[in-house]
Design a protein around this ligand. Structure first.
Ligand code: NDP
Length: 514
């Protein structure tokens, strides 16, 4: 399947980086894998090889964890003042923006998304997360807490809490927003809180995060604070989650892999865990919605990033009166989306990320047809090179169908009708997931009532897929544990220490302070 490298002129702003060798970042040095092995990363639009990447394995993860532990205990990182650490993270955010073109090209070539999308979404959002988290460093404080004398009658205390880094953090991340999730969502807060990191990115899309590693060193991140080890989940990922000297795992990926990570953690050192997992998010259009906004909005809610969004609005519920108009509008929208290589400026939707992902998505489309759903748009693979699948819309779908229950992670929408709001809320919540939801209406009261009733970590009203560094993100139910982004991210990446100082004389009169 994979073959020749393209002429470098085809790589646009990514040409220079692609002509260098791709190694692992351990202890501030670019090194080969201990095994000497490499793997290929390919362009999903052409199936051509982009680069050979050093293949990290168990031994490399062990080396990286040792480096991260040493950096935590001995490097300037742990002793830096907040203002020094803040300056470095701001500088890193600036460097991401200064190199936005190159990073956007790398993301497009490796993942398939349009360069234009990476330029306006992935890259600026990543930079903004570094700027936001850098600013938070100065207000990341504990509290002074008034305590009572119940434990020691008559005693007087000064009591306070400290927010301390969790320690060495292992990050394991997916391929849909390779740089944004690994660097922005996960690493920015983790570094701001003073932790050190070993990252195992998805082996499907390692390029942008390796370039980020270069920028991190240029920004002045000390050796060993960020270690990047691309490799396979079953090998490098499994070792990181079961490693006895890792204090925490921050994972973004599927619910199935998340479960496996929890087992590994339970069987090793009970390290802390944050999980950002899958979704099957409901999007709701009510009778009174402005359909000129709601129809393209709901279409983009599923088709943006080729449906490869964890909170994609993949189950659309449409109220009776406007059902036919919405089905026609969304189906027409799907049919006009221009598919092509992400580097073509006319492209609106690129290929899916891999052959595996294409097989998965086409399998769900087949199962929808077998179970009686009806296609109103798309449904087919496009071309014989690259992993292109048409934006697809199903009607006559219901909860009993596999493609309505399970996360597809592709450009496939199922539409159902609803009559009253109570019935709607029951249907919307009838899922094991709880990541996102959309509501399109002009009735403020219904908007807030339904937003409150839906069990999900994020609700978009008259918009979809809006993300901001300052807003928390995470899942209810089986969509995850904990929150990334916003000030809540620091809950995930700090430990809280309680300190009691007794101010009066020493009186051993109680069970406390003996
Ligand atoms: P996977 O769960 O397959 O993989 C995620 C990461 O885990 C990859 O780096 C993978 O490595 C690694 N991994 C695989 N097996 C193991 C293992 N046994 N131990 C440790 N690590 C392992 O997800 P995808 O990469 O396919 O990403 C898509 C999924 O991610 C979807 O379910 C999506 O909803 C979810 N996601 C959730 C988000 C959220 O914020 N809630 C955001 C984005 C995506 P390898 O690449 O080698 O398999």
């Amino acid at each position: 399947m994979t073959s020749t490298l393209l002429p470098k002129t085809e790589y646009g702003a990514a040409a220079r980086f692609l002509s260098t060798s791709k190694k692992l970042l351990i202890d501030g040095e670019w090194v080969n894998a201990a095994s000497g092995k490499t793997f290929e990363t390919i362009d999903p639009a052409t199936e051509n090889k982009l680069a050979d990447i050093a293949l990290g394995g168990v031994e490399d993860i062990d080396r990286a964890v040792t480096a991260a532990r040493k950096a935590l205990e001995q490097s300037p990182w742990s002793r830096m003042t907040p203002s020094e650490r803040q300056r470095i993270l701001h500088r890193l955010g600036d460097l991401i923006l200064e190199n936005a073109d190159e990073l956007a090209w790398l993301e497009s070539l490796d993942n398939g998304k349009p360069v234009s999308v990476a330029k306006v979404a992935d890259i600026p959002l990543t930079a903004d997360l570094f700027h936001y988290m850098a600013a938070q460093i100065r207000v990341l404080t504990g509290d002074v807490v008034p305590v009572s004398d119940i434990a020691v009658p008559g005693a007087e205390f000064h009591a306070y809490t400290l927010r301390e880094p969790v320690g060495v953090v292992g990050l394991i991340t997916p391929w849909n927003y390779p740089l944004l999730i690994a660097a922005g969502w996960q690493m920015a807060a983790c570094l701001a809180a003073g932790n050190t990191v070993v990252l195992k990115p998805s082996e499907v899309t390692p390029l942008s995060i390796l370039r980020f590693g270069e920028l991190a060193l240029e920004a002045g991140i000390p050796p060993g604070v960020i270690n990047i080890v691309p490799g396979f989940g079953a090998d490098a990922g499994a070792r990181l989650s079961s490693h006895p000297d890792v204090d925490k795992i921050g994972f973004t990926g599927s619910t199935r892999t998340g479960r496996g990570i929890l087992k590994a953690v339970a069987d090793s050192n009970l390290k802390k865990v944050t999980l950002e997992l899958g979704g099957k998010s409901p999007d709701i259009i009510m009778d009174d919605a402005d359909l000129d906004v709601a129809i393209p909005g709901a279409a983009e809610g599923i088709f943006f990033n080729h449906g490869q969004c964890c909170c994609a609005g993949s189950r659309l519920y449409v109220q009776e009166k406007i059902y036919d108009r919405v089905v026609a509008g969304i189906s027409d929208y799907a049919k006009t989306i221009r598919l092509g290589s992400g580097q073509d400026p006319n492209t609106q939707m690129g290929p899916l990320v891999s052959q595996n992902q294409e097989n998965t998505v086409l399998g769900y489309i087949r199962s929808g047809l077998e179970e009686g759903a009806e296609l109103t748009a798309g449904g087919r693979k496009v071309g014989d090179k690259g992993f292109f699948v048409e934006p697809t819309v199903f009607v006559n779908a219901n909860r009993n169908m596999k493609m309505v229950r399970e996360e597809i992670f592709g450009p496939v929408l199922s539409i159902e009708r609803f009559t009253d709001l109570n019935d709607l809320v029951r249907k919307a919540n009838d899922t094991e997931y709880g990541l996102g939801a959309g509501i399109w209406t002009t009735d403020l009261s219904n908007a807030h009532k339904v937003a409150k009733a839906i069990r999900s970590g994020t609700v978009f009203i008259n918009c979809y897929n809006v993300f901001d560094a300052a807003m928390p993100f995470g899942g209810y139910k089986q969509s995850g544990w904990g929150r990334n982004r916003g000030k809540e991210a620091f809950e995930a990446y700090t430990e809280t220490k309680a300190v009691y100082v007794r101010l009066d004389g020493i009186h051993h009169t109680s069970f406390a302070c003996r």
